[in-house]
Design a protein around this ligand. Structure first.
Ligand code: SF4
Ligand code: FES
Length: 252
């Protein structure tokens, strides 16, 4: 069995107003097939057995679906493996004996709670502002009742892959949330089900995004590179078009 030993430098901070510092850990030999979060579990087991406080980190599905996990690993949100959430990151991508630096997502709109855990409820506030869509909640309609061109359906499904992890914000020098909001706006603007509330939705979500303290897009493209779901910055352009369209039509 292939094994790998790492030196971890992990950000420890007891709370938002406590001073933070890096703490070093030697993992000892671990199976290279192990996931990054399993490695953190192992470190925590040792800390608990030694009567020390375990490292706080977010996780849930551990399958790249829920968007709960997230940390900056060696300067890159979710680590340097493209198209991968932190929970999908495998130790086989790290050179044996290397030092791995693990920090929380850092953004004004994501205040730190503890260690690697940040408060991403600003995203929830933006989603809540998006409101409802005009779909019937009764039996599923016949599939051809609302025809959707395949290219629009594909684009909407691509946007719908956003899991709300916040890596785009952590990767952006301006801590912009425009990739996240662009994905959510695109997803519904491209489909007939989202059309009736389309103008109100984009204005409300962008207003809430600004109110939550996210920065503007600087066209760096780092959000797209960090996104584990391959959300394209085309969706930011669409969000801006939707916003202009809403502003123009509001003059009617
Ligand atoms: S756009 Fe990508 S990086 Fe940003 S929240 Fe969605 S899935 Fe995460
Ligand atoms: S724990 Fe669900 S995406 Fe990582």
């Amino acid at each position: 069995m292939k094994t790998v030993s790492l030196k971890l430098r992990i950000w420890r901070q007891a709370g938002p107003s406590s001073p933070g510092a890096f703490q070093d850990f030697d993992t000892g030999p671990l199976a290279a097939a192990m996931s990054f979060l399993e490695m953190l579990d192992g470190v925590n087991e040792r800390l608990i057995l030694a009567g020390q406080e375990p490292i706080a980190f977010d996780h849930d599905c551990r399958e790249g679906i829920c968007g709960t996990c997230g940390a900056v690993v060696d300067g890159q949100a979710h680590g340097r493996q493209a198209g991968t959430t932190l929970c999908q990151l495998s130790l086989r991508h790290f050179a044996a004996g290397s030092t791995v630096v693990v920090e929380p997502f850092r953004a004004r709109a994501f205040p730190l709670i503890k260690d690697l855990v940040v408060d991403r409820s600003a995203f929830d506030a933006i989603i809540a502002e998006g409101g409802y869509v005009s779909v019937s909640s009764s039996a599923a309609p016949e599939a051809n009742t609302l025809p959707v061109p395949p290219d629009r359906a594909e684009e909407a499904l691509d946007a719908a892959q956003c899991i709300g992890c916040g890596a785009c914000v952590a990767a952006c020098p301006n801590a912009s949330a425009m990739l996240f909001v662009g994905a959510k706006v695109s997803h519904l603007a491209l489909l007939p089900q989202g059309d009736p509330e389309r103008r109100r939705r984009v204005v409300a979500m962008v207003r809430q995004m600004d109110a939550q303290g996210f920065g503007p897009c600087g066209n760096e493209g780092l959000c797209e590179r960090a996104c584990p779901k391959g959300i394209s910055i085309r969706h930011i352009a669409r969000m801006n078009r939707e916003l202009w369209r809403a502003a123009f039509l509001a003059r009617d």
